[in-house]
Design a protein around this ligand. Structure first.
Ligand code: ADP
Length: 247
């Protein structure tokens, strides 16, 4: 899946106006969304962005365990992001890594502003994000999947949360990075409440030119608006089909 390529070859492809996987700079990978696939859970969503596949499952609101972390004012949102051992080319260790602990927190913080947690004091809402296959953008696919699974679970939301990672590659801005781009470029994961135009996640561990920041953001927001439409369409289709089948 991850084609090895030299930095020189990578730059040449970009200079020709294309990307390693043949996409245009602002083109998303194909997105496929399935809701309600785990029948025992209140909410579930399989979200595929190209080769990246994430299954998100929502349980709750339930009793808060352990009880001492219960908040009398609001529900506790508990997020667990994990990569399956078979999700990467080389077997990933089953022991939760520091990265998985950090991404669980990052995903929780991106989702929290969307949820009316204050409606469920002392309760807990659990979100499990299982990466089945990783080709970059697993945190953004997890956020997209989790938000849909929360909506399907009937948890009251202010808006969906929609997320994408934009790459800054040798002066070019590319949308929805794959893992080769993730290795060779600065990647900038962003999440938003699209209806409110509010950003709930913005990360980058690379230096970026300040004069390109607004272009990077506006490119990401255009991609987020496209993904948001697909999320809403998937939710509508799920409810229309479950009304027909009486689920
Ligand atoms: P994200 O998946 O949100 O882009 P990172 O930037 O940390 O998060 O990871 C980029 C990509 O690197 C992952 O999607 C995956 O393809 C690869 N990767 C991350 N962790 C591992 C790992 N432990 N083993 C193999 N590949 C990994």
């Amino acid at each position: 899946m991850s084609l090895k390529i030299s930095e020189e070859e990578f730059k040449k492809i970009l200079e020709s106006g294309k990307r390693v996987d043949g996409r245009a700079f602002t083109e998303l990978r194909p997105i496929n969304i399935r809701l309600g696939i785990v029948e025992r859970a209140e909410g579930s969503c399989l979200f595929e962005m190209g080769h990246t596949k994430v299954l998100c499952v929502v349980r709750g609101p339930t009793e808060c365990v352990p009880a001492y972390i219960a908040d009398p004012e609001r529900a506790v949102l508990d997020v667990a992001y994990r990569m399956c051992t078979f999700s990467t080319e080389e077997r990933k260790s089953p022991t939760p890594s520091r990265r998985e602990v950090e991404l669980s927190k990052v995903i929780r913080e991106a989702l929290e502003p969307s949820i009316l947690l204050e409606e469920f004091p002392r309760m807990m809402i659990k979100v499990y994000c299982l990466v089945l296959q990783a080709d970059a953008g697993t945190r953004t696919a997890s956020i997209n999947a989790a938000s849909l699974a929360l909506a399907q679970a009937g948890i009251p939301l202010r808006d969906l949360v929609t997320s994408v990672a934009v790459g800054y590659c040798y002066g070019n801005i590319v949308v929805d990075v794959c893992s080769i781009e993730d290795e060779l470029c600065a990647d900038i994961p962003i999440a938003m409440l699209p209806a409110y135009r509010k950003i709930t996640l913005l990360q980058s561990d690379h230096r970026l030119p300040i004069d390109r920041l607004s272009e990077i953001l506006s490119t990401a927001i255009k991609a987020i608006d496209q993904i948001y439409e697909l999320q809403k369409k998937a939710l509508k289709e799920y409810y229309l089909s479950s009304t027909k089948t009486g689920d």
